[in-house]
Write a protein that binds this ligand. Structure first.
Ligand SMILES: Cc1cc2nc3c(=O)[nH]c(=O)nc-3n(C[C@H](O)[C@H](O)[C@H](O)COP(=O)(O)OP(=O)(O)OC[C@H]3O[C@@H](n4cnc5c(N)ncnc54)[C@H](O)[C@@H]3O)c2cc1C
Length: 454
């Protein structure tokens, strides 16, 4: 069977590309070896957000008295949370299957392997079947990184250490938990289990949490979670995992932390082996497939999108990269702009950002000006947030008067940040933004308030 496009991997990059390509007239085959929807739908974005929403309701109920709502005997039924999570996943996976069916793309279950190139095109095998294609899209995603810590493999085997995959299936809330890694995923899980009643300790190698998050905002998040009872060990490196404890080194001294469970959340590695990339000579760079700004690899008509290129490992980046790849296959010369892609941490409060941070702007020696306000300048924020000020911080290009970056902490940030992404992408100047009308009262008005500080 001959195709115009074969896609290997059915996560956000793969399934979106399949839909768009098929609608665009390409005869498309999508190959997925585990679950359609990939990490995002089955063990990433969606299940974690389902858990976090339950935690948010719980927190709302616990603190309802501050808003005049008094509820007694509040408990979290973790089993029910998991059941709901499975229902949400099922609904969404069914939706994707039906969208793909409608678009005309074919889906095949199994391990895709690139055998090489012949006169018929690229040859891909799934079991004993072989398919030929004019184009390939590599969308095999990523897997949890397991660092070379003494005892980690054994601890994973006996279920003391869990990755994000197993943590989403854990039947009961552990009394205590160590989270190794204070990045986005680690913080979100620390947030859920803290709300659910675990005694959580986050051990992070850097001197701050949140990875590339703006430092001022990451400090606010840190202090907020400390108040909620989460312990943080920063600038600390886990050296060993023992029977029921984690050993870590800080300032040249060794410490131990006992826990019922450990979540290993130290980043992810692209899936680059075991499916024949080397058979067609695809170039790699630091363990990732190397792509240009049109998602092309070094091999003609071979594209790559999603976590596999290691650029900004987020589902919406994967979506955009998939679209950019397909538009280029269809002859539209579209490029990706990573600078206007937002990042969100769904803790409570949420954190969201897009573009440059002060740290990255300094590193690039950009000429910028910072304007910031507490979220309390939004009427709706004050109405809905007792005991939390939040912050919205915008970086302006001094010469062009356009937005370089925006960083927010406070709920609804996740829903607001795309608007700033649009402003960055369309290079709106401060004066243009001042003419935009925001609905009142909304938390999004904070953007306008900050801009009017200029
Ligand atoms: C806990 C967690 C929470 C997250 N939360 C968010 C979030 O809130 N927002 C966000 O934007 N991102 C989030 N992410 C990141 C997001 O899940 C990924 O960026 C996204 O899934 C990447 O999509 P992808 O299509 O590149 O790869 P994946 O989703 O990894 O999909 C790749 C697919 O390829 C399949 N595959 C691999 N090799 C083969 C082969 N040889 N043959 C056939 N199939 C193959 C795999 O089985 C997999 O299904 C989260 C990640 C985790 C782990």
């Amino acid at each position: 069977m001959k195709y115009d496009l074969i896609i290997i991997g059915g996560g956000p990059a793969g399934y979106l590309a399949a839909e768009r390509a098929s609608k665009g007239g390409l005869k498309t085959l999508l190959i997925e070896e585990r679950y359609l929807g990939g990490v995002c739908l089955n063990e990433g974005c969606i299940p974690t957000k389902t858990l976090l929403y339950s935690a948010k309701i719980l927190e709302g109920a616990k603190h309802g008295f501050k808003y005049g709502v008094e509820i007694k005997n509040i408990t979290l039924n973790h089993k029910k949370v998991l059941e709901r999570k499975d229902k949400v996943i099922k609904t969404l996976v069914t939706g994707i299957k039906s969208k793909l069916r409608k678009s005309g793309a074919e889906i095949l279950s199994g391990h895709g392997e690139i055998l090489g190139r012949s006169s018929k095109g690229y040859i891909v095998a799934v079991g004993d079947k072989e398919f030929a294609t004019d184009r390939l899209l590599i969308a095999t995603g990523s897997s949890p990184f397991v660092p070379p810590i003494e005892g980690v493999k054994e601890a994973l085997e006996r279920g003391f250490v869990l990755t994000n995959r197993e943590i989403l299936e854990i039947e009961s809330v552990p009394a205590s938990m160590v989270v190794i890694g204070g990045g986005i995923v680690g913080l979100e899980m620390a947030s859920y289990f803290n709300s659910a009643g675990s005694k959580v300790t986050v051990i992070e190698m850097l001197d701050h949490i949140g990875g590339s998050m703006d430092r001022e905002i990451s400090n606010i998040l840190l202090e907020t979670y400390k108040k909620k009872g989460v312990e943080f060990e920063l600038s600390a490196r886990v050296t060993k995992i023992d029977d029921r404890k984690v050993v870590y080194e800080k300032d040249g001294k060794f410490f131990e932390k006992e826990a019922e469970k450990v979540l290993l959340s130290v980043g992810r590695r692209p899936n680059i082996t075991g499916f024949g990339l080397e058979n067609i000579g695809v170039e790699l760079e630091k363990g990732c497939v190397k792509t240009d700004d049109r998602m092309k690899t070094n091999v003609q008509e071979v594209y790559a999108a999603g976590d596999i290129n290691g650029k900004l490992m987020l589902a919406h980046t994967a979506y955009r990269e998939a679209e950019v790849a397909v538009w280029n296959m269809l002859g539209r010369k579209v490029k990706i702009n990573y600078n206007s892609i937002p990042s969100v941490v769904y803790t409570n409060p949420e954190v969201a950002w897009v573009g440059e941070s002060e740290e990255s702007a300094k590193e690039k020696a950009l000429e910028y000006e910072v304007v910031k306000l507490p979220m309390l300048y939004s009427g709706r924020f004050v109405a809905e947030n007792e005991d939390f000020d939040g912050l919205c911080k915008i970086l302006i290009d001094r010469r062009k008067r356009t937005i370089l970056g925006c960083h927010m902490i406070g709920n609804y940030s996740s829903e607001i940040i795309y608007g700033v992404g649009v402003m960055i992408e369309s290079q709106l100047r401060v004066e243009d933004i001042k003419d935009i009308v925001f609905p009142h009262p909304t938390v999004s008005e904070i953007i306008r308030e900050v801009i009017f500080e200029l």
